[in-house]
Design a protein around this ligand. Structure first.
Ligand SMILES: NC(=O)c1ccc[n+]([C@@H]2O[C@H](COP(=O)([O-])OP(=O)(O)OC[C@H]3O[C@@H](n4cnc5c(N)ncnc54)[C@H](O)[C@@H]3O)[C@@H](O)[C@H]2O)c1
Length: 395
């Protein structure tokens, strides 16, 4: 670490998201860390920064330059693994955009690199973990207040994307460039929250429809059935093709039902245990009495800036990470198992065999005959990210 107790950061990949991160640093959103270098294989993407930063067109040169203590990787997904391993093996703290890797075998390699250098901070940009709605729901479940969970349903279909969006990058929505569609790009946030709040299921069955709403070769519509070790069931529905779309997370537990929708977290609380009432009640159609509890959540949390500040604080002060990158393997595994189940037409028991999924993905890449219209060039344009994310706005 440099002596000034400021983290010198290099942002690798300055397309839509990487530029956004740089702009937030420039706006003073983070303390004790600043961008000193940017890197993009397309040099035109760095023109917008003038001569404020050192510029690199090869991440290997930035990583070995001695100019930075830490990197933020905001490239297309496959490079999260290769650049992440290179950064960690060369002594740099690393924050990867989501997903940490495209498939579980790559995630395992990336995590192994961190195990070789445990002194380094390795974080993932799961910014929705900072949203108080999810934090409070997690507390409610983890504390046992909601009792044993019996059912989870998440309809997360407000990730609407236009064909224009998919045509803006040659890598997007291809097996070879992105490694998947909505499960790899938009829903990793939700899959991460799902495992963060409820733990991992033991079985997944899914139907993933390829190019249902867009001219793309990967999935843009998914319905998955999940089975949890305690017998709880789950349904996860996501798409980028539906407007206005829905973000509704409903959880049924022994002590009632919680619904998170439209930025409101409402617990319809059973005043007695549902399981005990079911077993002991001596009338036919009675139900436990319920109380309606509205759980106050008046913000959307710090999102990207909070994860970035936490990364800096973890480097300088050793504070615990909000989203350790190691935990990113779980959302990768969920996404891989949904695709694997859909392609094989069978339920998948978790943990999945990472090599079987890699073989499937390699075959999809090899057999791809899809020709993409990636005729829109965003170099020189800056994209407003504010409408891109399915987070609850302040009500
Ligand atoms: N956390 C979030 O809310 C959020 C939101 C959007 C995107 N993302 C993630 O950010 C990442 C980038 O997405 P995007 O929408 O900005 O894509 P993008 O295509 O706009 O930007 C990617 C940039 O990386 C550059 N690049 C490609 N290969 C490179 C390499 N090997 N080395 C250096 N630069 C390279 C490209 O030239 C491009 O400028 C993805 O992982 C995506 O999932 C996260």
């Amino acid at each position: 670490m440099n002596q000034s107790k400021e983290v010198r950061i290099g942002v690798i990949g300055v397309g839509i998201m990487g530029t956004n991160h740089v702009r937030h640093f420039e706006a003073g959103a983070m303390k004790r860390g600043h961008v000193v270098a940017v890197c993009d294989i397309d040099p035109r993407k760095m023109d917008k920064f003038g001569d404020r930063y050192k510029k690199f067109t090869d991440s290997r040169e930035l990583i070995r330059s001695g100019e930075v203590d830490a990197v933020v990787i905001a490239t297309p997904h496959y490079f999260h693994t290769t650049i992440g391993i290179d950064a960690l093996d060369n002594g740099l703290h690393t924050l990867s955009e989501k997903p940490i890797s495209v498939h579980k075998a790559d995630a395992e390699k990336l995590i192994a690199a961190h195990r070789r250098h445990p002194e380094l901070v390795f974080a993932a940009m799961f910014n929705q973990r900072t949203d108080p709605h999810y934090i409070k729901l997690r507390e409610l479940i983890r504390s046992g207040e909601l009792g044993e969970i019996v059912r989870v349903n998440w309809i997360i279909t407000d990730w609407f994307r236009t064909q224009y969006y998919y045509d803006c990058g040659g890598w997007r929505a291809t097996w070879g460039g992105e490694g998947g569609g909505v499960l790899l790009n938009q829903s990793p946030h939700n899959l991460d929250l799902l495992q963060w709040i409820f733990g991992m299921p033991c079985q997944v069955r899914a139907i993933c429809e390829l190019g249902r709403f867009h001219h793309i070769e990967v999935e843009d519509s998914v319905t998955a059935y999940l089975k949890y070790p305690n017998g709880a069931t789950g349904v996860f529905i996501t798409t980028t093709g539906e407007a206005p779309g829905t973000n509704r997370l409903e959880v049924a537990g022994d002590r009632g039902r919680v619904v998170l929708e439209n930025g409101q977290l409402v617990w319809t609380r059973n005043t007695v245990s549902m399981a005990e009432f079911r077993a002991k009640e001596q009338t036919t159609f009675a139900k436990p009495e319920t109380w309606k509890v509205e759980i106050p959540c008046d913000s959307r949390g710090g999102q990207h800036d909070a994860i970035m500040q936490n990364y800096i604080d973890a480097i300088l002060d050793g504070v615990p990470l909000i989203a350790p990158a190691e935990e990113g393997i779980n959302s990768v595994e969920l996404c891989n198992s949904m695709l694997y189940s859909s392609f094989t037409g069978k339920p998948v028991d978790l943990p999945i065999d990472s090599s079987s999924y890699s073989r499937l993905l390699k075959k999809l890449i090899r057999d791809s005959t899809f020709r993409k219209n990636a005729n829109i060039d965003l170099a020189g344009k800056e994209i407003d990210m504010t409408a891109s994310s399915s987070v609850f706005s302040k009500q």
